[in-house]
Ligand binder design. Sequence first.
Ligand SMILES: Cc1cc2nc3c(=O)[nH]c(=O)nc-3n(C[C@H](O)[C@H](O)[C@H](O)COP(=O)(O)OP(=O)(O)OC[C@H]3O[C@@H](n4cnc5c(N)ncnc54)[C@H](O)[C@@H]3O)c2cc1C
Length: 452
Amino acid sequence: MAISRRDAIKFSGLAAIAATTVSVHADSNGATTASKRVLLSPAPVPAAKGKRVVIVGGGPSGLTIAKYIKKGNPKVDVVLIDKRPVFMSGFISNLVVTGVLPLDFITHDFLEGARNGNYNFLQATVYDIDRTSKRVYTNEGSLKYDVLVLAPGIDYDYSKWSKGDIELENTLRTKFPGGFIPGSETLSLKSKIENLEDGSVFVQTVPGGNYRCLPGPYERSCLIADYMKRNKIKGKVIVLDENPNITIKADGFQSAFNKLYKDYITYMPSTNITSIDPHNQKITTELGEVINFTDAALYSRIRGNKLLEIAGVSKDSTFNKGEANIDPFTYQVIGDKNVFCAGDARPMGFSKSGNTANTEGKIVAANIVKYLNGENLSRANWKSPLTVCYSAVECDPLRAISVHAEYSYDDAKKSFGFANAGTMEKWEGAEGLAGGKGLKEWGNGLYRDLFA
Ligand SMILES: Cc1cc2nc3c(=O)[nH]c(=O)nc-3n(C[C@H](O)[C@H](O)[C@H](O)COP(=O)(O)OP(=O)(O)OC[C@H]3O[C@@H](n4cnc5c(N)ncnc54)[C@H](O)[C@@H]3O)c2cc1C
């Protein structure tokens, strides 16, 4: 493969990244390394048949964008890259970890999505992006793009708790994962819940900032309490909330805490954690309270995925560091219109949720098709994504509350706020039962849209 001068210069940086991740050793004449061969070799995808869009991240955002670009213009060549071998969703996972739904419900096949959507799927980890030569480097080789979409989601930001202590951060990640990046964390949480017994004290933290899935930690607290109740386990769930109040569907969750789980849930708002001792399983708060726990899901603050920093397209947003530096109306990176960022990595204060990423993905896909046709994108192309989010509060029978909202831009404040928003928080009556049915139907509908 011909290597441009730009690629050769780039390699000096890549080798440093690869040295920690790919085994580096000199070949027989000592002139090259395994990492150089792998990273600079062509990725195993067919040659582009038309303009190529490379999408990094096969979550609801990237999956939707891949499918709907092909629907918008089948001639566009689309490659979706994800490091995971199998898709597992965060949405609906609270019902899986508490044993209400099987693991199969949230586990899906990337290849099915690629076959049905008629795009290429590459299972690989993206290590670097050269926006000058428009090339993406993965552990399976590199590939060129005409348009790049970054939809890599979030990373945790433990700095508020760890204050740079890597050993502490690693122990927290391993022993008490937050459960908001699906995969092993989901499985860990499931076994933690299955191991609850009389006397268990389970801590669920709620971070500040615009964290992923606002209702998620409250829903999970209800469902763990419900699990204790159903299985006659005399335990407690302590919800340590950094926020002054329940951040969304507050009436619904508060009344579920009070009426259904009075003996199980202790809710502590405005709780700033000052230290965590993971070995003795103790949390100390700003007010000097000491909370002893037997197990926990310690959901830290979040940030934009570090890939955005690697690509040189991140900024510190109002809410979280490292989110995408994009024009909020077109999703194009400031100063590089060929790169779009979407999904939970966006800096706008939209709800970081699967439904938002899915409806937004359709808008972004339509805009990419227009852009590839030579159209200049502007604020006139902006449409609001739609957030629809159900949260289960009780399992047998399944009852759920919900929220739906669009967004509008406030020019004076230079930020987005909710528009046409509404909630359904009456879980006790027929509406709560309809919410439970709606939750499952919503989940199935979203999986169908992503993969079928
Ligand atoms: C417990 C829980 C409950 C939730 N409940 C709800 C709910 O009820 N309703 C709702 O709408 N949403 C819910 N969500 C939120 C929802 O799952 C997320 O908002 C959504 O997944 C965000 O989509 P995304 O595509 O932006 O990011 P992600 O889903 O995180 O996808 C990003 C993808 O990028 C890949 N990736 C990252 N870096 C690289 C790299 N360097 N190379 C290759 N691939 C890479 C990752 O493997 C991942 O597959 C919940 C989430 C959790 C965890």
